[in-house]
Structure formats: C-alpha cells, structure tokens
Design a protein around this ligand. Sequence first.
Ligand code: B12
Ligand code: SF4
Length: 459
Amino acid sequence: MKRFRRVLLVNPPGTEQGGYTPSPMGILYLAAYLREKERGVDISVVDGAIEGEQRVVQAISVFRPDLVGVSSLTPGRHQALRVARLVKHLTPSARVVLGGIHPTLMWSQMMEFYPEIDYIVRGEGEVAFSELVLGKKLSEIRGLVWRGPRNVVINNPNQPLIHPLDSLPFPAWDLIDPLKYPPRGEGIVNGIDLGTEVRFSLIFSRGCMAACTFCSSWKVWRGYRCRSGKNVAAEVEYLVHTYNAKHICFYDDTLTGNRREIINFCKEIVLKKLKLALFGTTRVDLVDPELLRWMKKAGFYIITYGIESGSPAMLLKINKRTDIEKSKRAVRLTKKAGIQAVALLMYGMPTETEGDRRLTKRMLAEIQPDGIGTLGEVWIFPGTELFEQAMHAGIIDERFWLGKRPHYTYRGGIGDDPINRKLQLLDTIKFTFTQLPPPARRFILQFKEMIGKGIVPSK
Ligand code: B12
Ligand code: SF4
C-alpha cells in the first residue's frame, strides 16, 4: 500500500462554538502519535474552527498534502464533507480520511453516499491513522473502513484500545497556536481573570462507565480508561511553562472516574506550586469529601454534574444509573468544599410528565446549585438508544443524517406525542409479556423470530 508523505489534519471551519471553542484534541493526538512513530512525514494541522475556510484552502493549495484527515461530529458532518470536496477539487490526487464520532457511528452511510471520502477510521484513531499513513496493507489496519475491488466498502475488525493512555505522547500543541483560543468565564479565581485568560483544553480520560440513552460517547470509547495523575500534571506543567497557561478546562466525559489518579494529579499540582483555575465535568456518584478537598487545593473552581432530572422515574428511563440522593449529596459536598456546583439538566425527554418536572424543580430548590445548564429541549444523535426509540416510533430514520439539519430536535416531551405513545404501548406489551406463563412466552418468542420483528425494550 502507498505510503503518505505529506499529511494535513483539519478541524472543519464552521464548527466553532463561540467562547466554548477548544483546541481540536483528537487531531492533535493523531499528529503527535504519528510524529513519534515516524519523523519522515510532514504533518500540518489547521483548526478551521478558529482560522476559517480561507486558511484551509491555503493549506491544501500550498502544503499540497497527499493525505488529508478530517474530524467530524454529527452537527459538523456537512462542514467535514465540504473540506473533503475542497481537497478533491484543489488536489485531486490526495486521499481523504474521516474520523470522529459521526463517521465512527455512520461509516456505512457515509461511505455509500459520499465518494469524496476514501477511508474512515472508526473509534480511537492514533494507531489506525498512523498505520494508514505508513503504508500498512489496508486489509490489515484494524478500525479502518475502505473501498476494496469494485468499490465494495470493507469494514475491518475493531482496533484494540490503547493501554495505558500514558503511553501516548502529549497532543502536538506546537502544531497550532493555543493562544488563539478564546477566554471563557467571569470573575477572578486564584488571582486569574477568567474573562481574559485563554482557556486551554485537556483530556484526563477517555470514555465513561455509564450508558445513558441519549448519549453515544460510551459506544465510541468502549469503557473507561484514564491517564495517571503524574502524566496529566506533567502536561499541565508543559502548558504553563510554554504558553503561560492559567485556565484549564478538562473535556472528559467523567473526570473523576479514577479517584486515586485525580487525587495524585491534584497533589502534583500543589507540589509544583502551579497557580491554576480548573474546570471539569463528572458524574454525581464519583465524588467524596476528600477528593473534593484536593480538587479545591489544586484550583478547581467549577464542577459540572450530569444530574439530568429530579425524578427517579426519569433517571431510570434514561439509564442514568444515579439517584436523587447522590445528586443532592454531590452538590452539597462540592459547595462545602468551596467549589461551584453546576447542574446539567435534560428537559423534555420522552415520557417525561409535568409531575417529573415538578420533582426536578423541587430538587433544584432544595440543592440550590451555583448554575444550571440545560437546552430546554432534547437533541437526538445517531448511535443512541433514544435514536433507536425514535426510529421505532416512526418519527426518524437513518436517512435523516443525509439531510442538512444538525441533529433531530425532539419537542414532544410531555403528553401525547409519538414516542410517548409508542413507549407506553411497548411498556404495556413488555409488562403483559412478563406476566404470561413460560409456554406462552416461548410461543411468542418463536413467533417473533418467524416474523423477524423485535419488541423494543424500553428502559
Ligand atoms: C471537546 C468537545 C467539543 C468541542 C470540540 C469538538 C472537537 N472539535 O473535537 C466543542 C465545544 C466545539 C463541541 C461541540 C459540540 N459537541 Co462536543 N464534545 C467534546 C468532548 C467533550 C470531547 C472531545 C474530545 O476532545 N475528546 C478527546 C479526543 C482525544 O477524542 P476525539 O476528539 O473523539 O478524537 C479521537 C477519535 O474520535 C478519532 N478522531 C477524531 N477525529 C479524527 C480525524 C481523523 C482523520 C481520524 C483518523 C481519527 C479521528 O481519533 C481521536 C484520537 O483517538 C466530547 C465527549 C468526548 N469525551 O469525546 C463531546 C462530544 C463529541 N460532543 C457532542 C456534542 C453533542 C456536541 C454539540 C452538539 C454540543 C452543543 N451543545 O452544541 C456540539 C457540536 C459541534 C459541531 N459543530 O459539530 C457529543 C457527540 C454527539 C455527536 N454524535 O456528534 C459528545 C460525544 C458528547 C456526549 N457525551 O454526548 N464538542
Ligand atoms: S454519564 Fe455522561 S458520558 Fe457517560 S453515558 Fe451518561 S451522558 Fe454519556
């Protein structure tokens, strides 16, 4: 297989999120890993979200890559495809590889409908991407989707996950200008002005131990792994010394998934006497007083929690695997430790009733979080159980992702809507089914197999 010599990695223009725009860590990891494996490849990174489309066009025309890697989330999929088309237009001989959560979940549809994509890397990308660049036989690159003879799309088996994460180099910070990223926040924390200091992004861990019905992150990362506290502290120290970093946001799904390593990290930060403002997100069942005390000492000023709802029934329905008492406890302990606690909430999930909302409001009144983050509506993404439910309710199918809308906005929420009605019906079927004597159940299962239709379990 051809070996590539000039590699361009692009975060698509048009995917910026105002003050939230972080550095594109996924492609910075790919670049760092590839560089460590092979010095003889020219690598360039363009963050279109910060630098705009003109810069991407210029990079393609001047750098003349022979392989372009593009990152894509679901809402930004058309922007990623636009970059792929620009590549095919400006340097037709260059190959295009896509990676990130949307191609990972929707590889089949993307390869079928978009000939401008040559390859897709599913899931964790470092190993597969560098094998592709270094010319390994395509059929032997795990995690790769490619076109074989007669353009048949071939999906190779999964790539094994990287263990331990400390074996990865730090993201290739030197290939972007981290100081171009926006500040975010208000007020002074540890003498740091959040309104003016650039907010650096960092990743402590990959994945999550839960499997909520509205989320697909856990499908991509297949479990939870984390770096050692020492390793993360060393990266922070590098950022402080190289760029004078002061404000750092951890973009982990579940920052405190490994209590011991977070405490080790905090101890290192204290030992190194680094003055920082730190921000992170985690689950309510993964904090305790000692951990929070260390986090405060290291400079954490906000922890956001995926609380989602104050209704036990809704928590069960979305498979949150937490409970109201744990939510209350997490907020109480966080505030007591002197860290702001922000509650992330979901409103308008299928089957949610006015009563459920009342419970959420009552809980909020009791725990008084320092902030509340909510969309006030539900966005449905591919690969989630919510998407499956919506599909079975007949309100969406996979063709939706070929259209322009960034995500499916579910406004049914309460009362008489298609998902609600379907889920209620399925609950009734399931309940009735479990009450039947075993021979009758066996008969139904055989019948179900015969007609090839499934009863959708609703959590
Ligand atoms: C940081 C972040 C953002 C950032 C930037 C994202 C970016 N450019 O990478 C910002 C703030 C802009 C953002 C925005 C949104 N985000 Co976001 N975000 C994240 C978050 C928390 C971390 C991403 C990250 O850096 N991970 C760590 C790195 C190492 O992983 P990675 O980026 O996935 O990259 C690896 C692989 O995916 C792959 N890979 C990635 N790119 C490429 C490219 C190539 C060529 C190859 C080969 C491989 C490859 O290899 C990388 C290394 O292993 C994730 C959750 C998560 N933990 O992943 C959510 C997440 C990706 N976001 C999500 C959502 C819902 C959103 C928003 C819709 C939120 C909103 N309210 O608007 C928007 C959509 C923006 C858009 N226009 O597409 C969902 C994804 C839903 C979906 N199907 O797209 C996630 C999974 C959160 C969740 N738990 O549901 N997000
Ligand atoms: S806890 Fe967060 S990251 Fe984990 S599955 Fe649920 S929503 Fe996704």
